[in-house]
Design a protein around this ligand. Structure first.
Ligand SMILES: Cc1cc2nc3c(=O)[nH]c(=O)nc-3n(C[C@H](O)[C@H](O)[C@H](O)COP(=O)(O)O)c2cc1C
Length: 278
């Protein structure tokens, strides 16, 4: 059966590096498929207002393209996300979109379990900052199954493949990964759980991943430093059960708010008239 791939393109540039990378990956997918592309920066996605109405009532009051994009993702057999690096991080629209995903805790559809490949572009070698981490944590929070994530370099639109056969081959190879069962394996120095390479040193060899909140230790294994991280049972996104538990906690917030709202209003009121809003 023809598989459906939905690609989120985070670059506003038409036929830019993100777009041609996604298309090159798809040209090399052995399985029969159709590709649907969403240029997220061209969509009307409003920032989350933090009102939690989506969890209480199952409806977000913001009227825009969010649901159409989320439903397209939910209807896909697999997802590809491609973002340019903008000042060391992914395009900000990815975060705007992710924040709105709070409503998916109460939605009737889900994107959970879908395979995903994350692609990052950056103009200067070594300057991709935390972009890949941003895409990978986006995927983790949504419960997507990360098959691969890679950074490609090139500043001008199309430059990722300009006189760069190695990057063309790497993109082509990714095509074989999307529908394979292979899980993404991260480098030894990255968190094996989420791929983050921001690791906090807690002393006495104890470490904590700054992104996914899992703890572990760092061992000197021969000459190499080896990072071992264990799943923190209090984690909120790793497994379906943890995400469901977190969803319940969020939904119970309404009750907590109703109980505490008078006391909270008393606490915040004295701050009301301070300063001048521009
Ligand atoms: C606002 C802005 C900020 C950027 N910041 C970085 C950066 O921090 N590091 C980097 O390597 N490239 C940076 N770039 C370059 C882009 O990541 C690069 O051109 C990329 O290939 C764009 O992908 P696209 O063609 O899909 O838009 C920046 C570009 C723009 C427009």
């Amino acid at each position: 059966m023809t598989k459906k791939i939905v690609a989120l393109i985070l670059s506003p540039r038409e036929l830019g590096n993100c777009e041609i990378l996604v298309k090159e990956v798809c040209r090399n997918i052995p399985e029969e498929h159709k590709l649907e592309l969403i240029r997220l920066t061209g969509k009307d996605i409003k920032p989350c207002k933090g009102c939690y109405a989506c969890l209480a009532k199952g409806v977000c009051h913001l009227d825009d393209d969010f649901i159409a994009v989320a439903e397209a993702m939910a209807s896909a057999d697999a997802i590809i996300i491609a973002s340019p690096t903008y000042f060391f991080g992914a395009n900000g629209m990815l975060k705007v979109f992710l924040d709105r995903c709070m409503q998916l805790f109460a939605a009737k559809f889900s994107v959970r379990g879908k395979p995903v490949i994350n692609l990052v572009t950056a103009g200067i070698k070594g300057e991709a900052g935390y972009s890949e981490m941003m895409l990978n944590s986006f995927s983790l929070i949504l419960g997507l199954k990360l098959r691969a994530s890679e950074v490609f370099y090139g500043a001008l639109p199309g430059e990722v493949f300009f006189e760069n056969d190695a990057q063309l081959q790497r993109a082509a190879a990714l095509g074989k990964e999307l529908f394979s069962d292979k899980e993404r394996v991260f480098a030894d120095w990255a968190c094996p759980m989420c791929g983050s390479d921001v690791i906090q040193l807690l002393g006495r060899g104890k470490v904590q991943c700054a992104v996914c909140h899992n703890y572990g230790k760092i061992d000197k294994n021969g000459e190499e430093l080896k990072l071992e991280i264990e799943l923190n049972p209090d984690n909120i996104f790793f497994t379906k059960e943890q995400a469901a538990r977190h969803g319940l906690w969020l939904q119970n917030m309404k009750e907590r708010f109703m109980q505490l709202r008078r006391k909270l209003a008393g606490l915040t009121a004295p701050y009301k008239d301070q300063g001048r809003w521009l």
